[in-house]
Design a protein around this ligand. Structure first.
Ligand SMILES: Cc1cc2nc3c(=O)[nH]c(=O)nc-3n(C[C@H](O)[C@H](O)[C@H](O)COP(=O)(O)OP(=O)(O)OC[C@H]3O[C@@H](n4cnc5c(N)ncnc54)[C@H](O)[C@@H]3O)c2cc1C
Length: 312
C-alpha cells in the first residue's frame, strides 16, 4: 500500500478508501479510467483531514463533484480523488442559505423552494453540486450562480481556511478564482429572499426543467456544453454570426459528426453525447475536430467549458 493509502486507511478505515476506483460511473459522460485512490468525505472536517494526508504524502488531489462538467482521461487520475458526499443546508438568519459543497444544486433548489426562499428556483435541473457550480460559476440563461453568492468558505492548497466574500471570488463567465488558485470550496452562503410562495417558485422551477428538456439532449450521457461561447470583446466573430459556440460548430458543418461512440448532438451542437461505447479519447478527438473546423471556417478559437482531468 502507498503512504497515501495507508494514512487514509488509518484515518478513515479500509472500507472508505477505494483503490483503483472506476470514475466513469461517477461522471455524466460515463467515460474515463480509475482514480488511484478515491475518498468520499461526508463533512468539511473530513475533507480537511484528507487534504492534509495527501499533502503530507506529496500526492496530487482532484476534487470531483457531480462529475457533470468533466472529461476524465481513459488513463484515469493519479493521486487522490476527493468526492464530497452528503452535507447540510441551513438558513442563516432570513436572507442567507448556507449549503455544503456536496449538496446538489437540485437538492438546494428543492430545499429553498419548500421553505419559501426565492432566488434559486430557476436553477432547477442544473446537474452537479454546489462545489462544482462555484468552481466554474455555473450559468443559466443570462444569470451566473455567482450573482447569488454572499461568501464562500475555502481551503487553500496549504490547508489555510478563509472566508471569501463574493466580490473576492473573481466570478466571471465560466470562471471563479478557484480555477486560478486551486482552492477548494467547503460551503457557500447564497443570498435569498424570504416569504416566497412555494407553489409559485415550483412553477418557475418546472419552466426551467421543461426548457432544458426542449433544448438539451438529456437522454444521452454528456457533460453539458463543451465550449464557452466566444467573447465578442476578445474574439472576432464574423458578421451575422451569433456569439454562440453551438451556432459556430453547427455552421461549420459538425452537427451530428461522429468519432466512434462520440457524436456532436443533433439537438444542440455544443453538446457531445456518448452512445455508450465512446472512450474519453474519442470524445477528445471529436472536440478537437470541432475546434479546428470552427477555426478554419470562421477564424474563431473556441475555448473549453468542460474540464479535462488527467493525461490525454
Ligand atoms: C445535461 C447537462 C446540462 C448542463 N447544463 C448546464 C447549465 O445550464 N449551466 C452550466 O453552467 N453548466 C451546465 N452543465 C455543466 C455542469 O452541470 C456544471 O458545470 C456544474 O456546475 C458542474 O458541477 P459538478 O459538481 O458536476 O462539478 P464536476 O464536474 O464534478 O467538477 C467540475 C470542476 O469543479 C471542480 N470542483 C468540484 N467540486 C469542487 C469543490 N468543492 N471545490 C473546488 N473545486 C471543485 C472539479 O475539480 C472540476 O474541475 C450541464 C451538464 C450536463 C450534463
Amino acid at each position: 500500500m502507498s503512504t497515501l493509502t495507508t494514512a487514509l486507511v488509518t484515518a478513515f478505515g479500509a472500507e472508505r478508501v477505494k483503490i483503483d476506483a472506476p470514475l466513469a460511473p461517477l461522471t455524466t459522460f460515463k467515460v474515463g479510467g480509475p482514480a488511484d485512490v478515491l475518498f468520499e468525505p461526508v463533512n468539511a472536517d473530513e475533507i480537511l483531514r484528507a487534504l492534509a494526508i495527501a499533502r503530507a504524502a506529496g500526492q496530487p488531489v482532484t476534487m470531483l463533484g457531480g462529475g457533470s462538467n468533466v472529461l476524465v482521461s481513459d488513463r484515469g487520475l493519479r493521486g487522490l480523488v476527493i468526492r464530497p458526499r452528503e452535507g447540510t443546508v441551513n438558513a442563516v438568519g432570513v436572507r442567507l442559505v448556507r449549503a455544503d459543497a456536496a449538496i446538489t444544486i437540485n437538492g438546494l433548489v428543492r430545499w429553498t423552494i419548500n421553505r419559501g426562499f426565492a432566488g434559486l428556483e430557476a436553477w432547477a435541473g442544473t446537474p452537479g453540486t454546489v462545489g462544482g457550480a462555484i468552481f466554474g460559476n455555473a450559468h443559466w440563461k443570462r444569470s451566473n450562480i455567482g450573482d447569488l453568492v454572499e461568501s464562500v468558505r475555502l481551503v487553500k492548497p496549504n490547508g489555510t481556511l478563509l472566508q471569501a466574500p463574493a466580490d473576492r471570488m473573481e466570478f466571471a463567465y465560466d470562471y471563479s478564482r478557484l480555477k486560478r488558485t486551486g482552492e477548494i470550496a467547503l460551503w457557500v452562503a447564497f443570498r435569498v429572499t424570504p416569504g416566497g410562495d412555494p407553489a409559485a417558485l415550483r412553477l418557475v422551477a418546472r419552466e426551467s426543467l421543461s426548457f432544458r428538456k426542449q433544448t438539451q439532449p438529456l437522454e444521452s450521457p454528456s457533460a453539458g456544453c463543451i465550449f464557452m461561447n466566444p467573447d465578442p470583446s476578445r474574439d472576432r466573430i464574423p458578421d451575422g454570426m451569433p456569439p454562440s459556440a453551438g451556432a459556430l460548430v453547427d455552421r461549420a458543418g459538425l452537427k451530428g459528426a461522429v468519432v466512434a461512440g462520440a457524436r456532436v448532438s443533433p439537438a444542440h451542437a455544443n453538446f457531445v453525447i456518448n452512445d455508450g461505447t465512446a472512450t474519453a479519447a474519442d470524445i477528445k478527438r471529436l472536440i478537437e475536430q470541432c475546434r479546428s473546423a470552427v477555426k478554419d471556417r470562421f477564424g474563431v478559437t473556441l475555448r473549453d467549458e468542460i474540464i479535462s482531468l488527467g493525461e490525454f
